[in-house]
Write a protein that binds this ligand. Structure first.
Ligand SMILES: [Zn+2]
Length: 199
């Protein structure tokens, strides 16, 4: 039987864009292989830089082209722009603009902005998509390191690693205390925190 997973995709033509969804393109892991053929002076090396996805292995540079095209097709260029801006501001490794764009494309296809376990879920959406936070399960915590109230998601608390979460103020993994988990006040919290940031 023909195995779809063993297929290697080397051009955009091999991808059926009208039926393509973000989950089909999700980056599972990178694949690197190098082969040599012939011997002595005739020896030739070939390498394969692929990305494992639901569709099969896609050549890495084709994967980025496909991601760009899918985002355009879904009319989400603006959202990609937000992610690029976000990644540029967090750029502690001094990556080039090209590397940042690639990183943002991976995050975008992964729908990271919809994942409440993402540590930047609250600050990112507060800035760019405040409507998303209206339905999020927001919790106010005070973390040990900063001793300041900050907002995280219930999902981050549920996933707390050794009872620590990424501090909403400084990002360090820290113990915390829940001060307010009333779901109804989430909108108010957002406004309030926005206001605090303006000062
Ligand atoms: Zn802190």
């Amino acid at each position: 039987m023909w195995n779809v997973n063993s297929q290697r995709i080397k051009s955009l033509d091999a991808i059926d864009f009208p039926t393509l969804g973000f989950q089909n393109l999700r980056w599972q892991y990178g694949v690197f292989q190098s082969n040599s053929t012939g011997s002595g002076r005739e020896k030739k090396y070939r390498s394969w830089n692929g990305v494992k996805t639901e569709l099969g292995e896609i050549e890495e540079k084709v994967w980025y082209q496909a991601a760009e095209r899918l985002i355009r097709q879904k009319g989400e260029q603006e959202l990609l722009g937000y992610l690029i801006q976000w990644c540029s501001e967090c750029n502690i490794f001094k990556e080039t603009a090209d590397q940042i764009r690639k990183e943002a494309l991976q995050l975008h296809v992964d729908r990271i902005f919809d994942n409440p376990r993402w540590i930047d879920f609250v600050p990112f959406n507060r800035r760019y998509r405040p409507e998303v936070l209206k339905t999020a399960r927001l919790v106010t915590v005070v973390s040990e390191c900063c001793q300041e109230p900050g907002v995280v998601t219930q999902e981050q608390i549920d996933a707390a690693h050794e009872e620590t979460i990424s501090c909403p103020c400084c990002g360090r993994w820290s113990h915390f205390e829940v001060t307010d988990s009333a779901l109804g006040v989430s909108e108010h919290q957002v406004e309030q925190t926005n206001g605090m940031e303006m000062i």
